[in-house]
Design a protein around this ligand. Sequence first.
Ligand code: ATP
Length: 112
Amino acid sequence: MKLITAVIKPFKLDEVREALSAIGIQGLTVTEVKGFGRQKGHTELYRGAEYVVDFLPKIKIEAAVADAVVDQVIEAIERAARTGKIGDGKVFVQPLEQVIRIRTGETGEAAL
Ligand SMILES: Nc1ncnc2c1ncn2[C@@H]1O[C@H](COP(=O)(O)OP(=O)(O)OP(=O)(O)O)[C@@H](O)[C@H]1O
């Protein structure tokens, strides 16, 4: 299993969620975050307003997925979140040791 973390532009959240649902991803955690990439200190347009601050609002998405679908998930996020402009975000992939569904005690991929 892998934990896929993506940091995306907030207005892309719906498209990314739909793309992930379409390939059968059943669970997702979403957090409002702030961050910067290589364009630190530059301006970026966010909902019509220009930001000249270092930290820009972003959305962090976390999905625990089976190894077999990792590539599909990355492709779906890339396709849905890309505008081609700076700040489109990043996808991080980490090994995931264990998942436990608290209600049933199921573990591993059965708990995803
Ligand atoms: N190395 C990193 N570590 C942790 N978070 C990062 C890192 N790089 C980017 N992020 C997060 O991803 C968000 C979007 O990154 P961003 O797309 O600006 O990266 P970039 O490398 O500058 O790419 P681009 O040139 O397309 O803007 C940042 O605001 C930050 O929250």
